[in-house]
Write a protein that binds this ligand. Structure first.
Ligand code: 26V
Length: 841
């Protein structure tokens, strides 16, 4: 971290001494001597009960983190006290995923303590970067959806909104990816092996979750006991969410499943140790692991129970809070629920909140149906994150019958009433009933979770303009026609604290030097950079900052993995989950074409380039794993070919995660956002690249469309079919035509099929021929390849003009203000939640 980062407007910690700062956070007069040093020394010594000379780097990290936690604790308590006192309307963000990454540097930064902590670290001879490296990533998510949730809670705390995140405390996060012989292998991510200094267990706030069946071991296998209800316990673990400036510290509450203590002692003493413990083991397995598949909702019973567990724990907790705060002497006024709680569902994963809230209001509170339904709908809101049919959740009815019979009854009643309404409004439209029904009929009847979430809430939003449009006009057209007022768009954003201020100190300094530091909490201020696109001095500052970020990355890569990359080449990146629709293969084809050109024409002039790929494949997604294998073989073959040495390099970076993104994105010159138009709901790394001074080469998809609008289309490298063209040409599209008529396309495919990249593994890439050519190329790679190469040519042409390049970089930076998650959250707050800031005095 950089100690010369300009201080934020809200405080000037650069000048303050530690004691004063601690006082500011309410720590001064408490127990400790008032010095950060003392906190650290105390933790180092007493937490480990060890000779301070003998403790290792991990213990040092824990001691630093605990000291920082001490500093924020009183603010954290005071935040909750303020909410209790003021009783404002609160936001509850329910998500199966929070992809948080590391917390230490981020918390230090948001507390404005970084200059102080760094100085203290230097004073103690602590290697600050090494301390930061000790923290594992909290990888409690798969990708975009989980990282969005993490950016949102940062923004809500920064904007002083009374908000809480609810999720699950998975013991194992997203798997660790290793690459062997080019293939992905998965290892478990045991991120909680060591005590996590950021979490506080709150066993006193445990809740009970009831299920309609029990589990039992019979003859050595685990069986379900139908009709014998059982229950689980949910234990909350809280994590602080520090708003920028450190005034508000909100809570992320993650649930762990536990078994009730009343296990069958009779069976136990009769020697049936295993069966007596079976229920306990089942219960405690529930929150063991994050599901690593973000593209199919294929029947996973455990996932279904995980989703219900999140919903049941979180609603029990927030309803308990509502009761406590809103009851005078008698019962609370339940009609006030929507005025006190806004519950946002991050995709349909917590969609069982609809029948669960109904169940609470009907069975526990004993309201009548109409009142319960009105309150449920006005309290809940739903965000859709994908149009891929295979990712839309549909749970088999028999599962509900077994585990949640009362919820099934409620869903069927919701559906009965809803379909009556449909029949009344569209008496001559029989087909509509089948399309909008909450139940998909067929051999196995299933609950359509998206339909349930739309019918059972007051708001449905997509995550970028084009996505919201397609949602409304294609995916759930009939429902949107029935409830047009419920649908809206909320284009995604990312937090500029983590993704610019923290990840890219040289660039952040350059920006602050020019326009001050107001951008940190109001990213629209980057607009002020626009006129500076023509200021040579400023352009040079930005290009120097980019160069510094690139060499930092190259240094780190060499020391971490031994891979050598040249920061004077163009850094061109595509980092995201590996998926056919994201088209890593299209990028690979571009590289093969460039490689062919150089092989054929070694004297050709071409700026030297380094292509980075990074991303995980779902463990059961075989084609995605073959794509990873191909990228690795491509890298190996090109590395071994002296004809292109120093001119072309491909690197596949294993184990893509938040921390790796924080390193690579600042160092990138060219961002690839090349999904088949109409398939990427929004994308969020696209925004991170843009605010880090990369230029984008991309298709007209997701939020990339809005980014080009904001920067000016002339400053973007857009190419390829539009979503309409994709939809319109599906029926007659033939990849073979491109193979037969485009020499470079043909040569690239022929080189792949000639086993040039698989000399010792003949046939490994046969599945690629199938997906790209003989199988019809569903994602239309070949249709866009020529346009991609043409856009790439324009990009290289610009690169040859350093001033012109720098000018566009500045204009992109200046246009990236819209993509702060603060803007997104401001829109949710005003248009969906109706919540206001509740400042902590
Ligand atoms: C689906 C499933 C199915 C069951 C197993 C676990 C699981 C986990 C996640 C998902 C949904 C994936 C949807 C998703 O991640 N969408 C992404 O959301 C981003 C934030 O809005 C957006 O930027 C990406 O374009 C979109 O693909």
């Amino acid at each position: 971290m950089d100690s010369d980062r300009p201080a934020a407007g809200t405080a000037t910690p650069g000048a303050a001494d530690m004691g004063k700062l601690l006082q500011q956070y309410g720590c001064g007069p408490i127990r400790f001597t008032g010095s950060g040093d003392a906190l650290y020394e105390r933790h180092l010594m007493f937490d480990n009960v060890a000779d301070r000379a003998a403790v290792g780097p991990r213990e040092r990290y824990e001691a630093v983190a605990r000291s920082v936690r001490d500093v924020l604790s009183q603010r954290w308590v005071r935040t909750e006290q303020t909410y209790e006192r003021e009783n404002p309307k609160r936001v509850y963000y329910l998500s199966m995923e929070f992809l948080i990454g590391r917390s230490l540097a981020n918390n230090v930064l948001n507390l404005l303590l970084d200059p102080v902590v760094e100085r203290a670290a230097v004073g103690k001879g602590l290697d600050w970067l090494a301390v930061l490296e000790q923290e594992p990533d909290a990888g409690l998510g798969n990708g975009g959806l989980g990282r969005l949730a993490a950016c949102f809670i940062d923004s809500m705390a920064t904007m002083e909104l009374p908000a809480m995140g609810y999720g699950l405390r998975y013991e194992y996060g997203i798997f660790k990816q290793t690459i062997r012989d080019g293939w992905q292998h998965e290892r478990p991510d045991n991120w909680l092996r060591r005590p996590d200094p950021w979490e506080i267990a709150r066993p006193d706030e445990m809740v009970e979750v009831r299920l309609g069946c029990s589990f039992e071991v019979r003859g050595g296998t685990l069986g379900v006991v139908v009709g014998r209800p059982s229950s689980l316990l949910g234990v909350p673990y809280d994590r602080p969410v520090v708003g920028y400036g450190g005034k508000t510290v909100n809570t992320l509450r993650l649930w762990v499943a536990a078994a009730p203590d009343d296990f069958d002692f009779q069976a136990f003493s009769a020697g049936e140790f295993v069966s007596a413990l079976a229920e306990r083991l089942t219960a405690e397995s529930l929150t063991r692991v994050l599901y690593p598949d973000d593209s199919t909702s294929m029947g996973q019973g455990l996932r279904f129970v995980q989703e219900y567990f999140l919903v049941a724990c979180s609603l029990a907790d927030l309803v308990r809070r509502f009761r406590r705060r809103n009851s005078g002497r008698g019962d609370p006024d339940w009609s006030a629920l929507p005025a006190k709680a806004a519950i946002q569902l991050n995709d349909t994963h917590p969609g069982l909140a609809v029948p669960e809230l109904m169940r609470i209001l009907l069975d526990d509170v004993r309201l009548d149906w109409d009142q319960a339904w009105d309150l449920t709908r006005r309290t809940l809101a739903y965000t859709n994150h994908t149009l891929l049919p295979e990712a839309l959740e549909k749970w088999p009815l028999p599962w509900l019958a077994l585990l949640l019979p009362r919820h099934l009854e409620i869903i069927l009643e919701i559906n009965r009433r809803f379909l009556d309404e449909v029949r009344a409004r569209f008496p001559d439209d029989g087909g509509r009933i089948g399309r909008v029904s909450l139940i998909e009929e067929g051999a196995e009847r299933r609950i359509r979770m998206a339909n349930l979430a739309i019918v059972g809430s007051h708001s449905t939003n997509g995550v970028a303009a084009i996505h919201s449009h397609l949602l409304r006009t294609v995916t759930v057209k009939d429902l949107a026609e029935m409830f047009p007022e419920r649908f809206s768009n909320k284009t995604n954003g990312v937090t500029p604290r983590r993704w610019l201020l923290l990840a890219n100190p040289p660039l952040a300094r350059g920006i602050t030097g020019a326009i001050g530091d107001g951008w940190i909490t109001d990213l629209a201020e980057l607009e002020k950079l626009k006129p500076l696109a023509d200021d040579r001095g400023f352009r040079d500052t930005i290009i120097r900052a980019k160069r510094e970020a690139k060499s930092r990355f190259a240094d780190w890569l060499r020391s971490a993995s031994g891979i050598v990359v040249d920061p004077d080449t163009i850094f061109d990146s595509q980092v995201k989950r590996i998926h056919e629709y994201k088209r890593q293969l299209l990028n690979a084809l571009r590289v093969v074409v460039l490689y062919n050109r150089l092989r054929e024409n070694p004297d050709m002039e071409m700026a030297p380039r380094t292509f980075f790929f990074s991303g995980k494949a779902a463990p059961a997604y075989h084609l995605a794993k073959t794509i990873i294998k191909f990228l690795n073989n491509l890298a190996g073959t090109i590395d071994g070919d002296p004809a292109v040495r120093g001119r072309l390099k491909v690197v596949f970076l294993p184990e893509y995660c938040v921390s790796l993104a924080e390193r690579l994105i600042p160092a990138t010159d060219v961002s690839n956002q090349i999904s088949t138009a109409g398939y990427e709901a929004s994308g969020t790394s696209n925004m991170k690249f843009m605010m880090n001074g990369a230029l984008t080469i991309g298709t007209r998809d997701g939020a990339t469309i809005e980014m080009a609008e904001a920067a000016g289309e002339e400053n973007f490298f857009m190419f390829g079919l539009t979503a309409e063209q994709v939809a319109g040409s599906r029926s007659w599209y033939d990849p073979r035509w491109h193979y037969d008529n485009e020499p470079e396309t043909r040569a690239a495919l022929d080189l792949i099929f000639s086993e040039h990249f698989s000399r010792y593994e003949p046939g490994v890439f046969d599945p690629l021929r199938q997906t790209l050519l003989t199988g019809g190329d569903h994602y239309m790679h070949l249709a866009d390849l020529t346009a991609y190469l043409e856009a790439d040519r324009r990009l290289l042409e610009l690169y040859a003009d350093p001033a012109g390049w720098a000018r566009k970089v500045v204009l992109n930076l200046a246009g990236s203000g819209k993509f702060s998650s603060d803007r997104t959250i401001a829109e949710y707050a005003a248009e969906i939640w109706d919540v206001k800031p509740c400042p902590v005095p």
